[in-house]
Design a protein around this ligand. Sequence first.
Ligand SMILES: C[S@@+](CC[C@H](N)C(=O)[O-])C[C@H]1O[C@@H](n2cnc3c(N)ncnc32)[C@H](O)[C@@H]1O
Length: 204
Amino acid sequence: MELSKAPTNQDKQIAAAAYNKFSQLPGAQHIATDFALSHLSRLLFDIQPKRVLEMGAGIGTITHLLIHHPVAIGKIVSTENNQFCLQALKENIGKSTDQWTLVPDLPAVLELGFTYDLIIIDGILDDARGYAVFQNGVVCFVEGIRKEIRDALINHLASRPLTCQFTSYIRPPKLRFSKKRLFGLIPKLKYQTKKGCHIARIAN
Ligand SMILES: C[S@@+](CC[C@H](N)C(=O)[O-])C[C@H]1O[C@@H](n2cnc3c(N)ncnc32)[C@H](O)[C@@H]1O
């Protein structure tokens, strides 16, 4: 599925607000990139989802963007069960509300019994029962690379039989300094990896 257009300045501002806030917080090494966040913002404007499922809330960068996005999403359900992240979510997002529900895993998502317009995958999808939430018409947004997860989802859906054709948006390569040091002193230059995001609408 293709976005209607490239992320606008508004999308970039929304992404930067979330990224700049969360990149300063403990545990920030695993947060979504500002590139992926700006594409997610554009997707939200494009599809105006009423209910969103977020798999892998981490420390809450995407959660924060979803809660505060101008499209005013009615219901957001996030999964997380890592103890460090649960404490971070308490501090960074707060308690569950009518709009936002935090659950530990996919079986708990299924117990809620909702359907979703958009499913965001920024964590693991390690419980086959969780595939039940991927229904015809649902839009999937995958952050990062996660090729194995995308391939497993595509293969699973093919057996139902449904299709899930991802459009990949890949961050342009950029030179940056690596954490590694040459001779223990000089920072090494390296290209950023092929990270980005991948978007598909499930169809039959
Ligand atoms: C890529 S992270 C999710 C990041 C989140 N969407 C964000 O942008 O803040 C995926 C998974 O890694 C684990 N994780 C994330 N940050 C972690 C940390 N600082 N320490 C340990 N586990 C972490 C969590 O279980 C999380 O669900």
